[in-house]
Design a protein around this ligand. Structure first.
Ligand code: NAG
Ligand code: NAG
Ligand code: NAG
Ligand code: NAG
Ligand code: NAG
Length: 246
């Protein structure tokens, strides 16, 4: 009896998979987990990321990343992230909703870490585009946490106290290579650790304020952490994103 019970339970438990190479990625249902240690040469350290579990039924997953970086306090070392392989290829004007859930916490962290927890949403003129490529027009960031005094690209907020999706945000704007970075930084709360919103509120705001053209295509939605310095274990217990077109 005991044996058959454990056999019933086993299929829903899958062994966690860990990646540690600088450009390593793992496929998981409608998502890809990538290490993306793109700025590692500006410091010294290491990082690994783990796919904990994934469910096709709820289009969601759980993952974690463990990092330890020193030197280059103003340089991003990495953006370990989850990227949807399906929530893309839709013009902003044709999005009816883009529901997302992100529940996360620091399982541990050293004193004074410099890091954010943020979405990175890429848009452009072509329907497809690799993030940070010649096809990128805008990089729309949504910062749910920023520790250690780090700031987005731009000199200072261009708009403050914008109410969207139940939170108040400052918006930063600045150039990066061939695209423009638009960063929504949450204020009045230290960390938004249980984010459950419709990303279309951000897209509609940017269209209504004529910042971004409605014809821009969503090319990628990523969610992860930009690590600068310190050490931490960041756990995402649940993440999900979808783009529903009209
Ligand atoms: C994770 O989020 C998805 C989408 O919101 C939801 O359907 C699912 O129940 C959540 N899973 C857990 C374990 O909370
Ligand atoms: C981070 O790396 C430094 C230098 O190698 C080491 O002394 C420290 O113990 C590491 N911290 C953690 C939490 O692994
Ligand atoms: C997208 O929206 C535009 C403007 O409302 C509309 O003309 C077009 O038909 C829509 N495209 C799709 C695929 O629904
Ligand atoms: C850029 O877009 C074109 C379509 O216009 C596509 O064929 C190409 O693969 C894209 N390249 C990158 C790097 O995203
Ligand atoms: C934004 O809100 C803060 C309080 O959170 C307030 O001190 C500040 O004056 C507001 N700024 C503007 C431009 O309304």
């Amino acid at each position: 009896m005991l044996l058959s019970l454990s056999l019933l339970v086993l299929p829903v438990l899958s062994a966690a998979q860990t990646i540690s190479g600088p450009e390593d990625c793992l496929q998981a249902g409608n998502y890809q987990l990538c290490q993306n240690l793109w700025g590692r040469d500006t410091g010294v350290g290491s990082q690994s990321s783990t796919l904990v579990s994934q469910s096709d039924t709820t289009n969601s997953l759980s993952w974690s990343t463990t990092w330890n970086w020193t030197n280059g306090p103003d340089n991003v070392k990495s953006y370990a992230n989850i990227e949807s392989t399906v929530a893309k290829g839709v013009q902003l004007q044709n999005v009816t909703s883009a529901p997302t859930t992100w529940t996360w916490s620091y399982q541990s962290r050293s004193d004074g870490i410099r890091a954010n927890v943020a979405y990175d949403i890429w848009t452009g003129v072509p329907s497809v585009g690799t993030p940070a490529s010649q096809n990128s027009s805008y990089e729309i960031m949504i910062w749910l946490s920023s520790l250690g005094g780090i700031e987005p690209i731009g000199d200072s907020p261009v708009t403050t106290n914008v109410s969207l999706a139940g939170y108040t945000w400052d918006i930063w704007r600045g150039p990066n290579q061939n695209w423009e970075v638009l960063s929504f930084v949450v204020k009045d709360v230290a960390d938004v650790t249980n984010f459950n919103v419709d990303l279309n509120e951000f897209f509609e705001y940017l269209i209504a304020n004529q910042v971004v053209a409605p014809t821009q295509y969503i090319q990628s939605i990523q969610a992860g952490t930009e690590a600068f310095t310190g050490s931490a274990v960041l756990v995402t217990s649940n993440y999900s994103v979808a783009v529903n077109p009209n």
